[in-house]
Design a protein around this ligand. Structure first.
Ligand SMILES: [Zn+2]
Length: 357
């Protein structure tokens, strides 16, 4: 069975320009500007699809799963309202990705994927789970109708202080401050990368300094709003959406003291249990890189009865995966990218290249 990819014109022209970026990378020329680096993953996906590697990956006898990550969503053709527009995907793109997954993959609840892997059962062929991070209102207002229309389950990982309205997401505060200062998205991206290296206390201090120097208005753009707890309860009661933990104030846990880590995880667990009833069992790390959580983080999560914790490190999810360091792909920005991630094409390429990819 061949896979039919629905592409719009912008995606087709993207393929051509991005293939050039791949060649650029291959020949190790000067580093690309940040705006083009963002397309690197999509470029690789386009090449993998054109070479038939995604098709081959889909048809290998493989029963591992793929977990995809999304964040916020926005109306098509609306202003991004954020310098980091990649956090708020146009709903049309999300709809196309979901339609493609519904037709070509077995989209299953993440908790079911976790349960099957815990019991060392083979996942169905082409198993995929959809997740969202942070808890944006747009997940409820725009994403849920699409998922309901297509009958696709998903898991939303909540930063509970964001929903409570007591803790703005620090990277959004930086985004608004940089907009007020007239800075570019590339400058924001560099600043965020530097902030992520600091301890949580130092990072918060620096964010506060930048925010007060910017005199940014306290008005929260539409895309940056959290969902309400009522929204979260409606999603949970639908039976289609599961809710997991994503800390209370969204720090990078490895940059926190042990006490701060315990407080973040326990408060998140407590707020979710108080608002939603059943205690959360799944967790997603903020930032999610290999140095963004520690052995202590994993121990505290297990003590709080979080059965599984997901990173943002791409890879296949099987019964062999470590329960509190599970692989998860970053946000796909096109159907091509979602297909390359879900199919296992990246891993197939890595295998062919002897692990050197
Ligand atoms: Zn997050």
């Amino acid at each position: 069975m061949s896979i039919r990819l629905k592409q719009n014109n912008s995606e087709k022209s993207l393929i051509i320009s991005l293939t050039l970026i791949i060649l650029h990378n291959y020949y190790n020329l000067k580093p690309l500007p940040l705006s083009l680096q963002r397309y690197s993953q999509t470029a690789k996906s386009a090449v993998l699809t054109l070479c038939g590697l995604t098709w081959m990956a889909q048809h290998q006898k493989d029963t591992t799963g793929a977990v995809l990550t999304f964040h916020g969503l926005r109306e098509d053709h609306s202003a991004a309202e954020a310098l980091d527009a990649s956090l708020h995907q146009p709903i049309g793109t999300f709809h196309r990705i979901c339609e493609f997954l519904a037709k070509n993959y077995q989209v299953m609840p993440l908790s079911e994927m976790v349960r099957m892997n815990q019991q060392a059962k083979k996942l169905p062929a082409r198993a995929v789970a959809i997740t969202f991070d942070d808890g944006y209102a747009s997940n409820y207002e725009l994403g849920f109708p699409v998922l309901r229309e297509l009958g696709l389950p998903a898991t939303i990982f909540l930063s509970t202080g964001f929903l409570d309205g007591t803790h703005a997401l620090w990277f959004q505060e930086m985004d608004l401050a940089y907009q007020a200062l007239g800075r570019s998205s590339t400058e924001l991206s560099s600043a965020l990368a530097e902030l992520k290296k600091l301890t949580n206390t130092e990072m918060l201090k620096e964010v506060k300094r930048v925010v007060s120097s910017s005199q940014a208005t306290p008005k929260q753009p539409r895309v940056m709003r959290p969902m309400s707890w009522d929204n979260a309860r409606t999603l949970q009661q639908s039976g289609l959406i599961e809710l997991g933990g994503h800390t209370h104030t969204h720090p990078i846990l490895a940059r926190c003291t042990l006490e701060e880590q315990m407080d973040e995880i326990k408060t998140c667990h407590g707020r979710m249990t108080a608002e939603l009833g059943p205690a959360p069992r799944l967790f997603a790390y903020t930032n999610g890189g290999p140095t963004d959580f520690t052995a202590d983080t994993q121990r505290i999560l297990a003590e709080c009865n979080f059965e599984a914790a997901f990173t943002m490190m791409g890879g296949r999810y099987s019964s062999a995966s470590a329960s509190h360091a599970l692989p998860r792909y970053g946000s796909p920005e096109t159907v091509l990218e979602a297909n390359a991630m879900a199919s296992g094409a990246f891993e197939l390429l890595k295998k062919w290249r002897g692990g050197a990819a």
